[in-house]
Ligand binder design. Structure first.
Ligand SMILES: N[C@@H](CCC[C@H](N)C(=O)O)C(=O)O
Length: 268
């Protein structure tokens, strides 16, 4: 019998979604990496596995293109909200998420951001706002955990940074024991942030929902912008709302590209 999957994307950040709520699918690091491979597999930035949950409507597991299982993915959460077509609670390794959708957009309550150094996590105690660290001229970032770990650099021109060169170096710096997603942002105009992201385990992507959340939170905290803020990514715009003590709210599109069939045993 053929194994089914759904190819989706959120602003160009693309996913292979496997609905394993009725029939379990075994996922290993090697299999996830083989499926995600753009030359020899199906190709995606992240693989998303939907499973039954005893505490929510369903459980969402996320695997990066390198095969590593991670805690959160904002764009994939909007895709799952779009597939479900109704309000739902989703269990993830990064926390419980609430989703809903309307005709055009999906909405996600991403939970509250965490700022303590051990919650990022960092390897040593340190302030997480304007951190006393730097890499190749990128200085004083903020660290935020929004289910997964992010570091955010505010620069004059986000396009001027060679993120493909510096991103991989920062991702694996020993300061980040679980590695890190690297965000480069600039204040564009009128409450609008421009953002590029080097994703842990996936590299440069067209958009990163959790990166947009972490960056918006850091910018609101620094009073660079006010909530709600538009975050412009290479693949398009997200709107992020947040106030201290409240969950982060993300609104944006999600697209079903095609439904496919394969045989998972082809991928190890
Ligand atoms: N594309 C994502 C984030 C996926 C996980 C991330 N690369 C990590 O390792 O934490 C998003 O839209 O949030």
């Amino acid at each position: 019998m053929a194994d089914r999957f759904i190819k989706m994307h959120g602003l160009g950040n693309d996913f292979v979604v496997i609905d394993a709520r009725d029939a379990p699918v075994e996922m290993t690091r090697a299999r996830a990496r083989a499926i995600a491979d753009r030359h020899t597999g199906i190709g995606c930035d992240q693989l998303v596995l939907l499973e039954p949950s005893s505490v929510a409507d369903l459980k969402m597991r996320i695997f990066n293109a390198d095969g590593g299982e991670v805690e959160a993915c904002g764009n994939a959460t909007r895709c799952v909200a779009t597939l479900l077509g109704a309000s739902a609670q989703i269990e993830t390794a990064g926390g419980m998420l609430s989703v809903s959708r309307d005709d055009k957009q999906a909405h996600v309550a991403m939970g509250e951001p965490r700022f303590a150094w051990e919650q990022i996590p960092l390897a040593m105690p340190m302030a997480t706002e304007r951190m006393p660290v730097g890499w190749s001229g990128l200085e004083a970032p903020d660290a935020v955990n929004v289910g997964n770990p992010h570091i955010v650099f505010f620069v004059d021109n986000a396009d001027a940074v060679d993120l493909g060169l510096i991103g991989p170096e920062i991702e694996v710096d020993p300061l980040f024991p679980q590695r890190v997603n690297v965000n480069i942002a600039s204040v564009d105009r009128d409450n609008r942030l421009k953002l590029r992201v080097w994703e842990r385990g996936a590299g440069l992507t067209q958009a990163c929902g959790t990166g947009a959340c972490a960056t918006a939170v850091a910018a609101i905290r620094r009073k660079l912008v006010q909530s709600p803020v538009t975050v412009a990514l290479p693949g398009g715009d997200l709107v992020i709302a947040w106030a201290p003590g409240e969950p982060i709210r993300m609104t944006g599109p999600a697209t079903r590209v095609f439904d496919g069939e394969t045989d998972w045993s082809r991928f190890g």
